[in-house]
Design a binder for this molecule. Structure first.
Ligand SMILES: [Mn+2]
Length: 387
């Protein structure tokens, strides 16, 4: 059986003020085409379908379209709610959807549900685990010592499910999973803190494949058959350098699992450009890539022109952010580590030293005159309020 494992959709997400809805829609449509082409039987969505637990009307309409389209194209669809979703809202109409081959994990009510699909080798059991917190699990396992321990909570749920390791089993889950002591690679668009909520992948040894959602960078967790598919799009500047993908999984007879990455094809990339402004805006540079992309511009000019932001915006309609990285900003970053060796009695002198550290220049006489005035005013205010 061949299925496609897809990670965090976050439908309705807004990044740096830009709604991602249109890009999400187009990327999903291309993904459905690719899935058809690859003769995939089932689509597995591993949670965070929406970006918010109370999603916008447009986001709901997009998921509605996705499920309808997937079902009409003949795919079996499996989905679970993630930590961004409301399990109840995602579960709306799920009994009716089931009849159309759309299998939604219901809100947790004490046990893990499963769906059986069949292929030439027999049955494959897909276990659908909604995102779980210890507090959600505790009331159903009063004998177990769960407390606030994620591993204990998941362990209790898995044990109660009595997974038959002789069968073919696939787990769909949305948790923070690590392998041994190794920390997975994180992205800025994730909201999990990834401390106490981490569980070890060895908890899932009975499953032939583990389809994970939660972390936004595509990656394996220990073994190659336990994976985060990664998010549908790049949802933060920290993801500019990666490539998003879905995982094409082939289940053979028990014990035989193969996988490969299917790159996602968003209409606009999110990328980082770095250099002096004039270079970034040079025709030959602009001609080499799509200026409709989401762009994070990092200027390295010693003194960026005052109209830099306006010129970037005029060239890149989807400019996400502009930052400056030059000797002066690095010095500021370094200042955090500089110890003040001796405190100056005179605040003006202290400021002049700070100014020099930052800019590499001495305060000019005109600047000193201005500073004198400002300091005189401030110190009066300060001494006035102190009394
Ligand atoms: Mn997520």
């Amino acid at each position: 059986m061949r299925f496609l494992h897809i990670g965090d959709l976050h439908l309705g997400k807004v990044v740096s003020g830009y709604s991602m809805l249109e890009d999400q829609c187009q990327t999903l449509e291309r993904l459905l085409d690719d899935a058809e082409e690859a003769e995939v039987e089932a689509l597995v969505f591993a949670g965070d379908l929406y970006d918010r637990s109370a999603p916008s009307a447009e986001a709901v309409a997009l998921l509605d379209w996705l499920l309808t389209e997937a079902s009409e194209r003949g795919f079996e669809v499996l989905l679970i709610p993630g930590n961004h979703d409301s399990a109840e809202r995602v579960g709306y109409g799920s009994v009716l959807l089931e009849r159309q081959g759309v299998h939604v994990a219901p809100p947790f009510a004490g046990s893990m549900t499963s769906v059986i699909l069949e292929d030439a080798y027999g049955e494959v059991r897909f276990w659908l685990l909604p995102f779980l917190r210890p507090g959600t699990v505790r009331p159903f396992f009063e004998e177990a010592e769960i407390g606030s321990d994620y591993a204990a909570a998941l362990g209790a749920v898995l044990e109660a499910a009595s997974v038959d390791p002789g069968e073919r089993n696939v787990l769909v889950a949305h948790q923070f999973v690590r392998a041994g002591g190794a920390e997975p690679e994180r992205s800025d668009s994730e909201t999990s803190i990834g401390g106490l909520d981490g569980v070890d992948v060895s908890l899932f040894d009975d499953f032939d494949y583990v389809a994970l959602g939660h972390l936004h960078r595509p990656q394996r967790v220990g073994r190659g058959t336990a994976r985060y598919a990664g998010s549908l799009l790049k949802y933060s500047l920290s993801e500019a350098h990666g490539q998003k993908s879905a995982v094409l999984v082939d289940l053979g007879p028990k014990g035989e699992v193969e996988w490969s990455l299917l790159p996602l094809r968003p209409p606009h990339d999110l990328r980082e450009i770095r250099g002096p402004l004039d270079e970034l805006l040079a025709e030959e540079v602009l001609g080499a890539a799509d200026r409709e992309d989401y762009v994070h511009a990092i200027l390295t000019d010693d003194e960026p022109p005052v109209d830099a932001l306006a010129r970037l915006r005029a060239t890149f309609p989807r400019l996400m952010a502009m930052d400056v990285d030059n000797a002066s900003t690095r010095r500021i970053a370094d200042l955090a580590h500089v110890q003040v060796e001796e405190a100056a009695d005179d605040p003006l002198e202290l400021f002049e030293r700070f100014f020099e550290e930052q800019t590499g220049r001495e305060v000019s006489s005109v600047q000193r005159e201005f500073l004198n005035e400002v300091f005189a005013e401030c110190l009066v205010d300060f001494e006035g309020s102190a009394s």
